[in-house]
Design a protein around this ligand. Structure first.
Ligand SMILES: O=C(O)[C@H](O)[C@@H](O)[C@H](O)[C@H](O)COP(=O)(O)O
Length: 266
């Protein structure tokens, strides 16, 4: 368990949040490129792809640090629904519609790693999860044996029940120790069949960011940051496991009533 605290930021509106999210993601990108000339990132669904697109498709400030080098990006899904890639519930489709398809050609093209569509109709999503884990192993481990992949950045949302990725409160998946990718057959948020990165993979990343906005998140952020009763929620477990590697991007509405100290700029 990490002893340091997560970083909590709150902003007045989506514009200022997107601007700071851009700065943060590009810092993570630049550090990763300096380390290993590639940027391996995992992205969730929900409201995140829209805000990420707002952040990354904005004009740059003219400095070399402020340029997304998408040709060096490997993009994975922190969780994905077991549906075809062109289905309206697909996180791949969402990210593609919001961001990937709109990247200007001069910024390069990322390598995107979707789920294997052939298995989305399976009764049990386990094979889908296993195949996605194999894809991660191919990229992160190659011929070596690696206990856990090290993402440069994992971008997460937080549901009103405290879930993150497709890790839901009280589900046995929260205790998974070995698998990198797991199957969820009974998601309380539709659609029910999904795959998800596991908690050890999320907390092992170099950096982890949550984006949570709107008054609908007030109660749950209070529980996650201030209250003992929120300690077992999946998003709180990420805070506990990864400490100051975690940064929360929220708006003022979402953290209204939260006492945990927060800052207004990176
Ligand atoms: O595919 C999914 O369902 C998501 O990855 C999920 O974990 C999402 O991030 C949260 O539910 C928050 O969603 P919002 O940002 O839309 O509230």
């Amino acid at each position: 368990m990490a002893s340091a605290h997560p970083n909590l930021y709150s902003f007045p509106d989506a514009e200022s949040l997107a601007g700071q999210l851009r700065t943060y993601v590009l810092r993570c990108q630049n550090a990763a490129l300096a380390r290993h000339d590639t940027f391996r990132v995992a992205v969730s669904g929900g409201s995140l792809p829209g805000l990420l697109a707002k952040a990354l498709l904005a004009s740059d400030d003219g400095t070399p640090e402020d340029i997304p080098h998408f040709s060096k990006w490997d993009i994975f899904f922190a969780d994905e629904r077991a549906v075809p890639l062109n289905h309206e519930d697909s996180n791949y489709r969402l990210l593609n519609d919001e961001l990937i398809s709109k990247i200007p050609s001069e910024l390069g093209t990322p390598v995107v790693h979707p789920i294997d569509e052939k298995h989305v109709g399976d009764e049990d999503p386990q094979e889908l999860a296993d195949l996605y884990q194999e894809e991660l192993m191919r990229v992160f481990a190659g011929k070596d044996s690696v206990k856990l992949p090290v993402f440069d950045l994992i971008l997460l949302g937080c549901g009103p029940d405290g879930h993150t990725c497709s890790l839901f409160p009280g589900h046995a998946l929260l205790r998974e120790k070995d698998a990198w990718v797991a199957a969820e057959s009974n998601s309380p948020k539709p659609p029910p069949k999904r795959i998800t990165l596991t908690l050890p993979v999320v907390t092992h990343a170099v950096s982890i960011a949550f984006v949570a906005t709107g008054s609908g998140k007030q109660g749950i952020l209070k529980q996650i940051f201030d209250l003992e009763e929120g300690a077992s929620l999946p998003s709180a477990l990420v805070n506990q496991g990864a400490g100051d590697k975690v940064t929360w991007f929220t708006d003022h509405q979402a953290v209204d009533g939260v006492s945990f100290p927060r800052r207004g700029s990176l």
